[in-house]
Design a protein around this ligand. Structure first.
Ligand code: B12
Ligand code: SF4
Ligand code: SF4
Length: 379
């Protein structure tokens, strides 16, 4: 079968599987990526995501991951929602979970669909194939730009003229030589909306993200305590952040996602922070089974919930924080202290002595020691 016919068959199958856009790049299409990745890592912008440093040569060049690869099929799945994804940020006593995470884990859904498309490619083209979604050393955004799915906007995410910022990406590496598509060019122009809205100033420059300041990194990837200066900017975002994506003017062309296997789970919308603070390990797993949120585990998730509670400005939530000051996890104890001190310093003063007497973890002790001394009302 000719490369052209094979590509048409691949596109047809991928559309039938629910992908919104499918295009092809050569395996040599991102020669600039190695230097850019190297520079980003050298700045330390990846934080504690050590896995981005490992196999960096393979990540930046498909041929170093698999020497026989000739073409890369890049696929995008639309996950646009309906309404304003930032509306939830105003409901400070409730949890904002990012749009991609309030559904089934896209890794599982997209991988199955990629296998179906790759299976056809292998059968019709007599080619070898490998499928990737997110977890392998593959630079999906530059490859998607090279294939023409969109361009990497100033927020560094791929933006499409048809789907805005709401595309999840997958890749098929193949030994077949398929006709390559034309790369997309940058259509950001003088716009800076995504840079301006970032609550934690995570962009040192346009097109460059310092992940260490990004709420998506802090709430999903970062395993340890979150710096005190970054906590207020997190607001009520307990898992991921959509701000820079949501303000992109190119979203106006996006239509709500149709893929039923990625349908939004209504039960994960606007969950009360007080209910989330009560989750034990079993309840956390049950609530978030099959979704990306389960990846953080209960302790990191409750750390995030406590930051949201501390940011809520709602003294009635102080009891939720107080209930966690003696949790088994130091991550949780530290943020319970922080939230309680912010919402109700009086209540914090009642427990500080017993909490400090029992506490051996230096990070948790440090949080308690920020409690300001009681002012002398008679003076
Ligand atoms: C690591 C990672 C993260 C990290 C780091 C993000 C980042 N920007 O790299 C963190 C945890 C912060 C993160 C967050 C999110 N992520 Co993420 N993440 C990844 C992952 C696994 C690797 C990305 C990577 O290679 N980063 C390394 C750096 C070097 O890459 P880069 O940002 O593209 O850097 C480029 C620019 O700096 C550019 N550059 C440098 N200098 C200059 C100068 C100029 C002038 C120009 C034009 C360019 C330029 O060159 C670099 C190389 O291309 C990919 C999956 C994958 N395997 O690709 C998903 C992926 C990028 N994430 C995704 C998503 C959805 C998100 C979130 C929206 C989730 C959320 N709602 O919370 C946020 C978005 C935050 C943001 N603004 O980026 C999607 C994005 C889909 C899309 N349309 O692009 C991906 C592709 C996963 C997927 N399969 O769909 N993510
Ligand atoms: S995801 Fe949120 S915190 Fe991260 S860069 Fe975008 S706006 Fe900033
Ligand atoms: S918000 Fe503006 S600058 Fe940011 S990606 Fe969209 S068009 Fe580009």
């Amino acid at each position: 079968m000719s490369g052209e016919r094979l590509k048409r068959a691949v596109v047809e199958r991928a559309l039938a599987e629910g992908f919104a856009v499918i295009r092809v790049a050569g395996s040599d299409a991102i020669p600039q990526a190695a230097d850019q990745l190297e520079a980003w890592l050298a700045e330390g912008h990846h934080g504690d995501m050590d896995w981005l440093e490992e196999r960096r040569d393979q990540r930046a060049d498909p041929r170093k991951l698999w020497s026989e690869v000739r073409s890369v099929v890049m696929l995008g799945m639309n996950y646009a929602g309906e309404g304003d994804p930032l509306a939830m940020l105003a409901e400070r006593e409730k949890a904002a979970i990012s749009l991609y995470a309030r559904r089934r884990d896209y890794h599982d859904v997209i991988k199955g669909k990629l296998k179906s498309v790759a299976g056809l490619l292998a059968a019709r083209g007599g080619a070898d194939v490998k499928v990737f979604v997110d977890t392998a050393p593959v630079m999906e955004k530059p490859l998607a730009q090279a294939a023409g799915l969109g361009w990497q906007g100033k927020h560094t995410v791929l933006v499409s003229r048809e789907h805005g910022s709401w595309l999840l990406l997958g890749a098929i590496y193949t030994t077949a030589t398929l006709p390559a598509d034309v790369p997309e060019s940058d259509h950001c122009g003088s716009c800076t909306r995504c840079l301006d809205i970032c609550p934690t100033n995570a962009f040192p420059q346009p097109y460059q993200l310092d992940a260490r300041r990004c709420i998506a990194y802090l709430t999903i990837e970062h395993r340890s305590h979150i710096d005190v200066e970054l906590r207020p900017g997190i607001g009520n975002r307990v898992f991921g952040c959509d701000d820079c994506l949501a303000v992109c003017p190119w979203n106006k062309f996006a239509e709500a996602a149709q893929e039923t296997r990625l349908a939004l789970k209504g039960e994960l919308e606007a969950l009360p922070l007080a209910d989330l603070a009560r989750l034990d390990d079993a309840a956390f797993r049950a609530l978030f089974a099959g979704t990306p949120v389960k990846r953080t585990g209960r302790d990191r998730f409750i750390r995030n919930v406590l930051i949201a509670i501390g940011n809520s400005g709602r003294p009635d939530l102080a009891a939720s924080a107080a209930g966690l000051v003696s949790d088994a996890s130091p991550l949780i104890r530290a943020m319970a202290a922080w939230a309680l001190i912010r919402l109700d310093p009086c209540a914090a003063r009642h427990v500080v002595h017993s909490a400090l007497a029992a506490e051996t973890d230096p990070a948790v002790r440090r949080e308690w020691l920020t409690l300001p001394p009681e002012t002398d009302r008679a003076a």
